[in-house]
Design a protein around this ligand. Sequence first.
Ligand code: NAP
Length: 345
Amino acid sequence: MTVNVGVIGVGMIGQEHIRRLMTTVPGAKVVAVSDVDEARAREAASFLSGIQVYALGEDLILAREVEAVIVASWGPTHAAFVLAAIKAGKPVFCEKPLATTEADCSAILDAEAAFGRRLVQVGFMRRFDPQYLAMKETIRSGAIGAPLIFQSGHRNASVPAHYTGDMALTDTAVHDIDIGRFLLDDEPVAITVRAPRRNSRAGDVADPLMTLIDMRSGALVSIETSVHIAYGYDIRGEVIGESGTVSLADRSEVVVRTNGAFMGRVPPDWRERFAPAFDGEFRAFIAAAGEGRVAGPSAWDGYVATVTTLAGVKALKTGKRETIKLRHRPALYVSSPGASARGVD
Ligand code: NAP
């Protein structure tokens, strides 16, 4: 069975997603694209046959040939497209962030609840990464005892010119926040953010940052973001438990010993590091969409991530520990992290 997909936003990651859907995801066919820059949409479509180009994302969502929607446009535009897809009753994959305000995230939760079932998958691809899944399984098995601390390191060699101000929290740490919830099966209750001596390459970007999140169980999540670190794209992660630890292993295929040193390879960017995770998230989306449902990270996960990053932005400004207040979790999201152990709040 083939699922006909429409893609809104064909910038850097939108084009990457189209390529992936057409080459590595079974059962997916891109049939429509839309971008605020129509020339860019036409160019993206020119590499594919029989593809419709829509000037407006809303028209793509309503198009008869589109059975599932991918939103890969600029963050502030996500909420309107996701709400339109829910209204049309079509499964929608939304790149992070789900929305840039708490109110918009909440409106999406309400719309899904009113529809009666989940239609949204959020692009937290780390949940499909084999290494994080192995960490999660180790914790679940009880091998390291109860998890107490998750230490995450998120290092980018560099970031594009449009990356400014607080984006190390809203664009970068958002992935670590989500994977921390997933690994610990817990929810955030407070956040503190400190900016140490700034990287001289960072311009007006707050870089590096140290973020500390208090989880409901009392466990702590610490996140180091460094987005001008030059040497490569390096994702670190370790969970410290009561009786052991589990960490992401270095991924270099080989280790070279020469000139009195040994060296491995560090990936240049997220495309290479998380290629299996991106494959996995789209395989899951298309397989579920073929059955008229969605799987993977939910709108609730998108909501918690946005509320947490917004509290983090405030904490960076105030220098204080800021409380994270989450709304009541609708029953639709019982399988989200923190719900299984403690029930729906
Ligand atoms: P990008 O290169 O700027 O692409 C965004 C595209 O969407 C651009 O072509 C933009 O056009 C277009 N767009 C803006 N408003 C639109 C609208 N109303 N309707 C249709 N298209 C619209 O950005 P990107 O790096 O691909 O990022 C896109 C999204 O993916 C962001 O939310 C980002 O956070 C997310 N992302 C996720 C990951 C991940 O690891 N999961 C990695 C990278 C990016 P203009 O350029 O003309 O505005």
